[in-house]
Design a protein around this ligand. Structure first.
Ligand code: NAD
Length: 452
């Protein structure tokens, strides 16, 4: 994940696992299908607009002072203010936040919400920190960011190991520094009683379900027309994964395996999602849940199932295990779980991947709804939020599938694309999503012009 894990020596074919390099490879691949983009603009969109890095002191519960390192990357504000989560994790690095910010730009464009891409993080292990320590880290990190975030410039949200509670501390810190105006839209994913949107907590998973249902309905997996009756495997049992388990089960799917950092559990006859969520809340892990067998982390990814949902971290499906994936469909609730080499293997094997920039865009979509509600001083009801989310996810999924079909028709007929010596290939859904997003961003860049 981090810069320290650039290659996997154990892999037969060493793969570059630096997430920022991966993000740029995806960009380079997609842009070949969009001829005529000014070279300078390409270069700008390929890079990070701004990257902040700071070290700051925090007083720990034992009275000692520890230094933490935090980052905030802004990839692009072409389509609107920067938008992106804040991650607390030991592997947070410059290149990880740059990659995550980059993906946010294309995700917001696919979802068609008026934001650019940003992301932040603090290098820390939350499991080893008390709530008071986490609060002090959050407050100091936000104070260090100062006016580099703001309701109309760059708007944080939750990500790995941060929650609505963290967002409340972010709001409160910013509010202390900017009293006297409506600061609610400075951060999304807040508690509902503090201006959070109904449905935001479930939005990433609900969006993934809506996108999956639409894609299946449109024939993305031959012979599989609906989530009802499918067998589902989920890696990662946090905000995205645990709620996906509940929602996919409600939609008629059967969850047969789940995992978290403590390990993976499996039951072919099905694991009741709400019960294992309660068990995890009580015990802190999914391991040992009644009626399940413990399996290896790698084994989980390779289970025979209909839908595999990676909902943890980057680089989980790689060149060394993509050949062993037996799912009929991969739905990326996590950001960056599949490497470019794995994408090529899965595409070659006829296993479609609903890419992160589409599959998990429900989170930022409802964050956008929250931002609008905050600006208008309103609270929408849950039915309205979910109805609007469904409309957005259907439109985004349709647009990605349509883009894939039109590119592949022109590739098959030998027309279109860039006139390079390199032949253009049939594209997967990820490349199609990038082409769609890039087209939207480039059009707005053209309309705005380059300042000054
Ligand atoms: P979270 O902290 O709530 O949950 C992460 C889960 O993954 C935890 O259960 C953790 O134990 C598990 N995990 C971590 N490493 C693992 C491993 N190697 N194997 C198995 N499980 C592992 O975080 P989250 O918000 O659910 O984020 C998960 C993913 O979804 C990230 O890639 C994040 O960027 C993405 N995402 C989140 C949101 C959101 O709104 N929270 C939106 C879009 C995308």
């Amino acid at each position: 994940m981090g810069q320290g894990r650039i290659t996997r020596a154990s892999s037969a074919q060493a793969e570059d696992l630096n997430p920022y390099h991966i993000a740029q490879q995806q960009f380079d691949n997609a842009i070949r299908y969009l001829p005529g983009i000014d070279e300078g603009l390409r270069e700008f969109l390929r890079r990070t607009n701004r990257l902040l890095e700071f070290a700051f002191p925090v007083e720990m519960d034992d009275g000692k002072v520890r230094t933490f390192v935090g980052f905030r990357a802004l990839h692009s504000r072409v389509r609107g203010p920067g938008k992106g989560g804040i991650r607390f994790h030991p592997d947070v690095s410059r290149d990880e936040v740059r990659a995550l910010a980059f993906w946010m730009t294309w995700k917001c464009a696919v979802a068609d919400v008026p934001f650019g891409g940003a992301k932040g993080g603090v290098v820390c292990e939350p499991k080893e920190l008390s709530e008071r320590e986490l609060r002090r880290i959050t407050r100091r990190y936000i104070a260090e960011l100062g006016d580099n975030i703001g309701p109309y410039t760059d708007i944080p949200a939750p990500d790995v190991n941060t929650s609505s509670k963290t967002m409340a501390w972010i709001y409160d810190t910013y509010e202390m520094m900017h009293a006297g105006k409506n600061n609610l839209p400075v951060v999304t994913g807040k508690p509902v009683e503090l201006g959070g949107s109904l449905g935001r907590r479930e939005a990433t998973a609900r969006g993934a379900l809506f996108s999956t249902q639409r894609a299946l309905n449109r024939g993305v997996v031959p012979g599989l027309g609906s989530v009802a009756g499918t067998e589902i495997v989920i890696q990662g049992f946090g905000n995205a994964g645990a709620i996906a388990a509940e929602l996919f089960q409600e939609a008629g799917g059967r969850v047969i395996a789940v995992s978290d950092t403590s390990g993976a559990v499996y039951a072919r006859e099905g694991i009741d999602a709400p019960s294992i969520a309660r068990y995890k809340e009580r015990t802190g892990s999914v391991k040992g849940f009644e009626g399940t067998a413990t399996i290896g982390d790698d084994e989980l990814l390779e289970l025979d199932c209909d839908i595999l949902i990676p909902a943890a971290l980057e680089n989980q499906i790689r060149s060394d295990n993509a050949g062993a994936i037996r799912a009929k469909l991969v739905v990326e609730a996590a950001n960056g779980p599949t490497t470019p080499a794995a994408d090529a293997i899965l595409f070659g094997r006829g296993i479609p991947v609903i890419p992160d920039i589409l599959a998990n865009s429900g989170g930022v979509t409802v964050s956008y709804f929250e931002w609008v509600q905050n600006i208008e001083n309103e609270q929408w009801n849950l039915e309205d939020v979910n109805r609007k989310l469904l409309k957005k996810m259907d439109a985004a999924t349709d647009a990605v599938i349509q883009t894939q079909q039109s590119i592949n028709e022109s590739v098959a007929s030998g027309s279109g694309g860039e006139s390079t010596s390199e032949p253009l290939n049939l594209v997967d859904l990820r490349t199609a999503a990038y082409v769609l997003a890039l087209g939207r961003v480039v059009r707005i860049a053209g309309e705005r012009g380059i300042w000054p």
